[in-house]
Ligand binder design. Structure first.
Ligand SMILES: NC(=O)c1ccc[n+]([C@@H]2O[C@H](COP(=O)([O-])OP(=O)(O)OC[C@H]3O[C@@H](n4cnc5c(N)ncnc54)[C@H](O)[C@@H]3O)[C@@H](O)[C@H]2O)c1
Length: 341
């Protein structure tokens, strides 16, 4: 008698990611593949055929990734991305606050209309799960701390307003059509591959490039910094949790800690063994009523629904980020000598 053949391994489930070539999207793509998924990854169409950070993933990971160039502003492009996916993770967005002062229409096109296109595709195709990405910026300066999901929404920049518009559309699709959408609201995320529009790469990148005089915007605002691998795990947590635990709900992801930009810069200087001369630069200071002065998360809803909690503390995350920027190959991808908006 011959032994029965082992059952074939189940085919990996297909998930789709928008904004996959970006900072958080590339880490999420890696985490999804590590969790056994096949990923259809949208990178924004561009004339260089660049796949952004996806180009730096390992060959093993890329073996489970189908990269498609597209645009969330184009409904047909989104329809093709979503087809046959068991879950869609929607991260594509314009994210820089200073650039949203200059080009607000493009933020509405991408963050509001783009989100509408994703919701429509998911609704029409009956996709079982959509994870929509919000941001802590939608809360504005904290009125009560830590910030729960019931904190008022107060949009202090066109970026925040456009993200809140996408959030409201997501809520409305769940209420109107039962679309199985869950909204994740990450607090400030940092780590390898982040662009130099954000404060941590700005400081680390300038120091790694040999600068000792660091120019920044306002040093007083405080933020709750979450390491990117923890953010990626939060996406997976809400993307894979039982529907009754998460669908139709919004979840903060943050550590519950806070640090000012000034203190953070001193901490980075200490971790990089460097005495820094920190200067505030007028050009980088936001209009007074637009600057969000304080953000600190209460993520207990996410913990209760999924068991998620951060795995890295700030110094550990900064250590990994410093290692990344000290690698000359990585640093050469950045323009450390200019103000990146
Ligand atoms: N970085 C943070 O601290 C943070 C915090 C909270 C929420 N978020 C949200 O997380 C998501 C990812 O942000 P990130 O920090 O990785 O930024 P990112 O700029 O690295 O990633 C965004 C990606 O979206 C893509 N994109 C932009 N317009 C597009 C379009 N029209 N069509 C298709 N793709 C398009 C960009 O090419 C980019 O790769 C965003 O939705 C952002 O609002 C970020």
């Amino acid at each position: 008698m011959t032994a029965p053949l082992p059952a074939p391994a189940p085919a990996p489930s297909l998930v789709a990611v928008t904004g996959a070539e970006g900072f958080i999207g590339s880490h999420l793509t890696e985490a999804l593949v590590a969790a056994g998924h096949r990923v259809r990854a949208m990178a924004q169409y561009n004339s260089f055929s660049s796949y952004g950070w996806l180009e730096t993933l390992s060959a093993e990971t890329l073996g489970q990734v189908d990269i498609v160039l597209g645009d969330v502003r184009d409904p047909g492009s989104v329809d093709q991305l979503v087809e046959g996916a068991e879950a869609v993770y929607h991260l594509a967005a314009l994210i820089a606050i200073p650039y949203s002062y200059q080009a607000p229409h493009s933020y509405v096109d991408t963050n509001v209309t783009g989100t509408l296109n994703v919701l429509e595709a998911v609704r029409r195709q009956g996709t079982p799960r959509l994870v929509h990405t919000s941001t802590s910026e939608t809360y504005g300066t904290a009125q009560t701390v830590p910030i729960t999901e019931d904190h008022p929404i107060r949009t202090q920049s066109p970026y925040a307003a456009s993200k809140a518009g996408g959030d409201r559309l997501a809520d409305s699709y769940h209420a109107s059509f039962g679309t199985p959408v869950v909204t994740l609201r990450p607090f400030n995320t940092f780590g390898p591959r982040q662009s130099m529009r954000a404060v941590i790469p700005t400081v680390i990148g300038q120091v790694a490039a040999g600068e000792r005089t660091i120019t920044l915007g306002d040093l007083r605002p405080t933020r709750d910094f979450l390491y990117v691998k923890d953010t990626a795990r939060a996406f997976l947590a809400v993307g894979t949790a039982p529907a009754e635990a998460v669908v139709g709900r919004t979840f903060n992801a943050g550590t519950g800690g806070e640090i000012s930009v000034g203190e953070l810069t001193r901490l980075i200087g200490k971790l990089m063994d460097t005495d820094l001369d920190v200067r505030e630069d007028e050009e980088r200071i936001r209009p007074a009523h637009s600057e969000v002065m304080r953000l600190v998360a209460d993520a207990s809803r996410l913990r209760a629904a999924t068991g998620w909690q951060p795995g890295y503390d700030l110094e550990q995350g900064l250590g990994h980020t410093i290692d990344f920027f000290r690698d000359p190959g990585n640093l050469s991808r950045y323009k450390t000598g200019i103000y990146n908006i």
